[in-house]
Design a protein around this ligand. Structure first.
Ligand code: UT7
Length: 361
């Protein structure tokens, strides 16, 4: 079967990633700072999670402002006019408010004047869900050019008195541009899989303003409301994460007609270094072919994969034609894997500063 430039053919879905960017807040929170807040220590955090520090959003920053910075970096790296973007999807579980969608604020702020915009919430699996949605829109021809953003202010829903969760999370945003594949050029989505198991929803969840519960001090008029707060059974989530990531990654690689040896780089969800190494070991991927930056940012939920992707590109770890494996896992429980044939970022190919580097400075 001949390669197809649209739809789902021998090469997969006729969509490709042409831009990538990221933005993280300036404020760094080290493990030493956490030692002064809860009963924990740097040695435990590094040994059990691999995390050394994370970023915390400033008082005026929100998921939409972080997402806008990342989105602009992605637009810059794709060398496109933002006015040509016709779809903006933001993945977030920490929106600025209950509504409107964070994506609409980003759509306006980046100058995507004629784009439709909506949010996707699949917790840490959000970016993969949003990207899968954009791929379908683009492959079907409904959208010509989509901006997909993963953006989180996890520090706003972390329980800073719970040492079992507060050491894990951080804030940040990453973004990609998705366009149609072009016949004869590299750049496809070779395989994608989304899975979930709602029977395990209570293993990892966050309450919010609509959660029934006891009145909290800040609830107005005595209404029963709870503050947003992450609750997690870490050990169970860990076990599920490794099994799900391994199974889905293997299935996606097989569906793409490839073997693990064909994968140039794996960019997994960054939740815990031990989860990543256990997954890589069982899948048979040497760690030299796995991108890890959880040490610097912790778990930024739906932002981990696009942040890591932007850094992998900036570090020269990706070249056109490379097969890249994304794999994510999070609350839901929900998980996913995707095999991407890397198109190459236009700015890098043209030898221009990508905006990723500018945003990093
Ligand atoms: O995107 C998905 C998001 N979630 C995840 O990926 C979480 C997956 N789970 C994990 O990453 C790990 O389960 C954790 C990092 C959360 C915990 O590591 P663990 O090796 O599973 O530790 P544990 O929960 O079995 O706890 C071991 C001990 C306990 O003490 P005892 O009962 O043995 O005395 C905990 O109370 O470590 C204690 N502990 C801590 N000690 C120091 C738990 N948190 C801390 C802490 N500092 N921050």
């Amino acid at each position: 079967m001949a390669p197809t430039a649209s739809g789902h053919g021998a090469t997969g879905y006729g969509a490709r990633i042409t831009g990538v960017g990221r933005y993280v807040p300036e404020r760094v929170m080290t493990n030493a700072e956490l030692e002064r807040m809860v009963d924990t220590n740097d040695e435990w955090i590094v040994e059990r999670t691999g995390i050394h520090e994370r970023r915390i959003a400033g008082p005026d920053e929100t998921s939409s402002t972080l997402g806008t910075r990342a989105g602009l970096a992605a637009i810059e790296s794709a060398l496109i006019d933002p006015a040509t973007i016709d779809l903006v999807i933001a993945a977030t579980c920490t929106p600025d408010g209950m509504f409107p969608a964070v994506a609409t604020r980003i759509q306006h702020a980046v100058g995507a004047g004629r784009a439709g915009a909506f949010d996707v919430n699949a917790a840490c699996n959000g970016f993969m869900s949003a990207l899968s949605t954009a791929v379908q829109f683009v492959a079907a021809g409904t959208s010509q050019r989509a901006l997909v953003v993963g953006t989180e202010t996890m520090s706003r829903i972390v329980d800073w008195t719970d040492r079992g969760t507060c050491v894990l999370f951080g804030d940040g945003a990453g973004a990609v541009i998705v366009e149609r594949s072009v016949e004869g050029e590299p750049g496809h989505i070779n395989a994608l899989l989304l899975r979930s198991d709602g029977s395990q929803a209570d293993l990892l969840w966050a309450s919010g303003p609509c959660t029934p519960g006891a009145p909290s001090p800040s609830s107005a008029l005595g209404l029963a409301r709870e503050e947003a707060r992450i609750v997690m059974d870490g050990r169970s989530v860990f076990r599920h994460a490794v099994n799900a990531l391994v199974e889905t990654s293997m299935e996606a690689v097989t569906n793409a007609g490839l073997t693990v040896d064909d994968i140039a780089l794996c960019v997994p969800h960054q939740a815990n270094r031990r989860i990543i190494t256990a997954m890589a070991d069982r899948v048979g991927l040497p760690m030299e072919r796995v991108y890890v930056n959880v040490d610097r940012y912790g778990n930024t939920s739906s932002a981990t994969i696009p942040i890591a992707l932007a850094e992998a590109e900036a570090d020269g770890r990706l070249k056109p034609g490379d097969r890249v494996l994304f794999a994510a896992f999070g609350g839901g429980l929900s998980w996913s894997a995707m095999v991407v044939e890397w198109a190459g970022i236009r700015a890098s190919r043209a030898g221009l500063p990508t905006g990723i580097l500018a945003a990093r400075a």
